[in-house]
Design a protein around this ligand. Structure first.
Ligand code: LLP
Length: 463
């Protein structure tokens, strides 16, 4: 029976998905540090603050909805990854999670490298001063123009994704008189999910070159012969929002197996392996992510062990965390508009954004949490669904959550852990204007990506 067709009168438990606790948190005013950016707290009046600034002031100054980004937290997390992996490894922040010029500068200052996957991301990175040799260029269908731009700029590596691309990049590099450093992205037959991995024939997807059937080995064979390419390593990315390290273990085992085959066949030991990104974060209090130092230790041990067994020198490891760095460092600040109690079901709380600023709930059935942030409340909890202002019933921001029963229009609510894949996947659906990204640090706020305006919309629409 569909939940929307549920007979009248069920209690909360009946309308929540299976396995989801029907009980609200003990204290709805508490802010679980697992899901909130590190400088978030409440001031003496109960107003949530971040970077020393009350959200009420941020809302007044910058409007809502707005993504509020905690710069100190971002830098701390970036640094933690850098430190955890040390000097013998490289951390490439995955720009697709969220990229802006300010972020590029922070990454540069914190000693991280950058993974970009389009001409637009490359342009952003270069315009903010990221040295080209610290950029990796990804993508399953890079255009010849993008490849040329990347080669000309002198990017540190291009990650080759298909047989055609091997030839394409080699040809472009050669015609520019360059030898481009490349990695070859392979699919190792591991499909990773949150809390589980399934070792299936996950070769059925658009990324990479399958290890199966000797295809990856053939790709290396061809690439090694081309003057325009310097093959520096093998790349594997097994998925996203992963908590379980066993998928990486299988991937590392198979990548090292390929390195060994390459050594045996060609007499060369490729110096690098990239294990991609994909480490999970906490979206709700139920999620339990690993710390960067645990991840670094686990990955380094796996690769070292596998290489020792294969009698290979341990290659330089690189990783590409996106979500794990930026995800927890931002929240989306909304103003409550209408509140619609549906008898016996739940209360629909409409906010001034929605699927245009966070498509993840609609697209992946993602779970988020939400809190009243402009004040505290001791009112009884009510089961809510936080929805947006779009003309679509799937326009859900938070599927099931509890908010205080005295919630009123004009209150501010915030959805934590929206730093990754929210602004970067935002749309103009219904000609709703994309929110700004406001960074806060030590009592100061600054717009790093401004709010879209109606003039922006009309400028693109040339009539
Ligand atoms: N490296 C490669 C080659 C990738 O394809 C990705 C993500 C990453 C690194 C970074 O993964 P992360 O550490 O952020 O999980 N839009 C989806 C996620 C798509 C991820 C695509 N590739 C979401 O909102 O969950």
């Amino acid at each position: 029976m569909s939940r929307s067709a549920h007979p009248a009168g069920p209690r909360h438990a009946d309308v929540l998905p299976e396995g989801r606790s029907a009980a609200p948190a003990d204290d709805l005013n508490a802010l679980d540090p697992k899901v909130w950016a590190r400088t978030v707290g409440r001031d003496a009046d109960g107003v949530v603050t971040v970077g020393g600034l009350p959200v009420t002031r941020l809302a007044e100054e910058y409007g809502t909805p707005a993504y509020i980004l905690d710069e100190a937290d971002f830098r701390e997390r970036a640094r933690a990854w850098r430190t955890a992996f040390g000097a013998d490894a490289d951390v490439f922040y995955a720009g697709k999670a969220f990229l802006s010029r300010a972020v590029v500068r922070w990454l540069h200052e914190e000693g991280l490298n950058l993974d970009v996957c389009s001409g637009g991301e490359l342009a952003t990175a270069l315009s903010a001063g990221m040295p080209a040799e610290r950029i990796a260029f990804h993508g399953n269908n890079k255009s010849p123009e993008e490849i040329e731009r990347a080669v000309r700029a002198g990017v540190g590596r291009i990650v080759l994704d298909s047989f055609q691309e091997i030839v394409r990049v080699a040809h472009i590099a050669e015609s520019l008189g360059r030898r481009q450093r490349v990695q070859i992205r392979i699919t190792v037959g591991v499909e990773a999910h949150t809390h589980e991995f399934i070792a299936t024939a996950h070769d059925d997807q658009k990324f990479g070159i399958p290890l199966a059937g000797g295809q990856a080995a053939e790709a290396v064979r061809r690439a090694l012969k081309l003057d325009g390419l310097e093959v520096i390593g093998i790349h594997s990315h097994i998925g996203s929002q992963i908590f379980d390290m066993s998928g990486f273990e299988v991937a590392a085992h198979r990548v090292v197996g390929l390195l060994k085959d390459i050594r045996d066949e060609h007499g060369v030991e490729l110096p690098e392996i990239d294990l991609g990104g994909g480490l999970g974060i906490a979206y709700t209090s139920d999620d339990d992510p690993r710390e960067p130092h645990e991840i670094a230790k686990a990955l380094t041990e796996i690769v070292t062990r596998e290489c020792e067994a294969a009698r290979l020198a341990t290659p330089r490891i690189s990783v590409e965390p996106g979500r794990a760095i930026v995800g927890p460092t931002a929240f989306t600040l909304y103003e409550v508009g209408t509140i619609k109690p549906l008898d016996g079901l739940r209360t629909y709380v409409s906010v001034d954004g929605g699927m245009s600023d966070n498509i993840r709930t609609a697209l992946y059935d993602a779970e988020y949490s939400v809190a009243l942030v402009s004040r505290t409340s001791d009112a009884e909890p009510m089961l809510v669904r936080v929805v947006g202002k779009h003309c679509e019933s799937g326009d859900i921001v938070v599927k099931d959550a509890f908010l205080p029963g005295d919630l009123a229009p004009g209150d501010l609510v915030a959805v934590p852990a929206t730093g990754a894949y929210c602004r970067s996947m935002a749309s103009n659906y219904n000609h709703v204007l994309r929110p700004p990204v406001v960074s806060v640090r030590d009592g100061a706020a600054r717009v790093v990506v401004r709010r879209e305006t109606e003039e922006d919309l009309l400028r693109l629409d040339v009539g």
